[in-house]
Design a protein around this ligand. Structure first.
Ligand SMILES: Cc1ncc(CN)c(N)n1
Length: 224
């Protein structure tokens, strides 16, 4: 069985929890509080800076030029397309680029990005891809699901987010990541397969915690 089919079946409950988080439900209904979305955008911008570094590490760890080129393209797409969406939203909220970059990361943002970079730096390419997979796949899955809600993709604030993550371009990147994961997991030992599952489950759970952090605008206890 392919790794992606296996983890989808086994961790369906954790996976679906992300789709059912109030942040996602309310974004689809267009009722999400603007301050929650604003908080998310700032934290996600900080997240994306480290996420882009993950792609740079992917290029370093790639075993062939095709994979290396793909990671370089993903790095470019993150910095110039995905982060551009955030910069646009920030402008709407009156936040400058400098303010965005200098914002304080929340404990969850720090924990999530540090976990991903740790897995990427200390293991083979398969560990990096396992850490990355839920980020790409789950956003695409959520984007597609929200896009099915009549009118959601036309919402004046959340529509652009939904259109971007449900797009064919984003889907192609997510599919590439899934295929690469399946290739890298093929034929690995039982112990290594379990390690990959572990990393996949951890970042799937971090995805949930990120939505929850944004919904409750959680910072360090002393800041709240
Ligand atoms: C937390 C998070 N996870 C995933 C993505 C999709 N690249 C994102 N923008 N932010």
């Amino acid at each position: 069985m392919k790794f992606t089919d296996h983890v989808y079946e086994k961790y369906k409950t954790d996976w679906r929890q992300n789709h059912q988080h109030p942040f996602i439900i309310e974004m689809g209904q267009g009722t999400l509080g603007v301050e929650k979305f604003r908080f998310y955008m700032v934290q996600d911008y900080l997240y994306l800076i480290d996420y882009a570094k993950l792609f740079a590490l992917g290029a370093v760890k790639a075993q062939d030029l095709k994979t290396m080129g793909k990671f370089a393209a993903l790095l470019d797409a993150t910095m110039n397309e995905e982060m551009a969406l955030h910069r646009k939203y920030a402008e709407q909220f009156g936040i400058s680029e400098t303010e965005l970059e200098q914002a304080e990361p929340s404990p969850i943002t720090l924990a999530y990005t540090h976990y991903m970079l740790h897995a990427a730096q200390n293991g083979p390419l398969s560990h990096l891809v396992a850490a990355l997979l839920p980020c790409m796949w789950s956003y695409w899955d959520i984007g597609k699901e929200l896009n099915l809600i009549p009118g959601a993709a036309d919402h004046e604030l959340y529509g652009e987010w939904i259109r971007m993550y449900s797009s064919e371009e984003f889907g192609a990147l997510a599919r590439w990541c899934m295929e690469l994961m399946d290739e890298l997991a093929e034929g690995v030992s039982e112990q290594e397969w379990a390690r990959l599952e572990d990393i996949f489950l951890n970042t799937t759970r971090f995805e949930y915690m990120f939505w929850d952090m944004a919904y409750h605008q959680s910072m360090w206890p002393s800041n709240n």
